[in-house]
Write a protein that binds this ligand. Sequence first.
Ligand code: F6R
Length: 607
Amino acid sequence: MCGIVAGISEKNITPILLEGLKKLEYRGYDSSGISLLFDNEFSLLKETGKVKNLELSISKECSFFGKLGLAHTRWSTHGKVSKENAHPHNSKNFSIVHNGIIENYLGLKGDLIKKGYDFKSETDSEVILYILEESYKSSGSVFKAIQDVIQKTKGSYALGIIHRKNEEVVWSVKKDSPLVIGKTKDMSLMASDKNAIDSCTEEIYYLGDNEIAKLEKKGVTFFTSDGKILYKEGIKIDKNQEIVGKGGFEYFMEKEIYEQPEVIKNTLKNRIKKESIYLDELNRYKRELKKIENVEIISCGTSNHAALISKYWFENILNIPCEVIIASEYRYKTLLTRKNTLFITLSQSGETADTLSALKLINEKNKHLLSISVCNVEGSSIPRESDLTLLTNAGKEIGVASTKAFTSQLAVMLMLIYSIGREKRSLDKEMNSYIIKSLKKLPIKMEEFLNASTSLDSFIKTLENTTSALYIGRSEYGALAMEGALKLKEISYIHSESFYAGELKHGSLALIDENTPVIAIAPFNELFDKIYSNIEEILARNGKVLMLSDKHIISENLISIKMPECPEILKPICYSIPLQYLAFKTAKLKGTDIDKPRNLAKSVTVE
Ligand code: F6R
């Protein structure tokens, strides 16, 4: 989703801004731009498509120079993909970049047009530019103009602002969109994500909602929205951080699928010791853990599928009712938080706007017992709003389609469930040791599932040529079917849908024909006979079924792929691997942009 990099330095800032934009590419975008200020004149370049297009345009300009500037990758919300709609947007006195959505832009735009402002783009962002102009015209103060933006706009924003007559300052302000500020001795930078600037900064600061930052070469001053100076503690950048490459694979997603056994070792590391699980982050909250009577899990997309699987675990293992609510719905429903509710947010990025808003809402209402975020990005917005965070420690996930973050979320959820059970004394000895023994086997089991996934290769041609595929499962595997269908559609663009298998005959069976393959996730457990009856119903109607199971069955039109034996509790994690593999191989055959599928963004920072 949109990314900002901006700053001021002693030297030409262009290479730093370009480098930052490249590091933001993984978030997803469709155009990019850069605006520099030199000798009180703006230089502006924008391109659609990849950042390398922008880089090429810059290289053709003989005098593209400035010690301060703004750069942006745009993921279209208001207005098509075009140079006009790409950021930065410039007016007579201001240049701005915006991440977020101005919800009341139509009303503001109408008023500004009446005042004579001529809009050049279809974006909501352009209203910010003319609010700044209008306010500056009467007050002569950039600070006051920014205060007016805060006051007049509704919605979300992270903004970088420069003023034509001041080559010493870059301004920034944010609300409900991520923004991080970084500084060194002679340079100050801002970005949507610390990845973009961490290689060239020593310390970072997180800007709070409606706080204003004034970036100068020698330092940054923070203000409240009413102009009081704020003291902020900097966080030192760890210079030994991993540099993420593709590890010899062609795609990040491929690497991320194959590294899962190692990733899970990292997730479990120092947390499973001898015959117990230690999540040190929970130590301060033992009293609350004992009191938990209800659980609510809020999340989006793949993280929501991990939440749905966790619901079965909470209810089956701990006997605690668990509600799973999609974050974008949570905000607009009547909140009926029950007594002693544990509120969990699941998010790879920790920046998903819907999930963050739901968390902020529950914090405002303050009716929950404890909030826990399960997250892959330390220091991101969702952990900062939570009482405590359990990191998934999966390493950077670059492929837009989530894989290792999903499996590591599930591993963390199992450890959390175990820890709650221990505090509440609700796990018997047998269940205790079953969970621990199973988790210890997880990396090796994942390896076995990766090896077994190659048996799917012969089915990939069938999928490549289909326009629609269905996924079915029961209980946890119904939720996993949703994940399988999402993986396939997002990277291969093949329409896919998922069903709880028992629901098929209530309408969806009408979709079955010889051209619509059905992928059945059917581990051999107490529900196997039930799902196999559903498979028979499909086969009887000439449907083609690919069955993933540890039981092998021979039947006409049934492709039965034998999966490794594995403890039942690990199966939702392990069976996700062949589903990821299937989606990846199909997309590869179709030649899609696997790591950055069309229309999608890695970090969904708008509602
Ligand atoms: C799909 C995918 C998305 C994310 C969703 C939530 O492969 O990655 O559905 O799961 O956008 O993102 P996070 O987990 O960062 O909150």
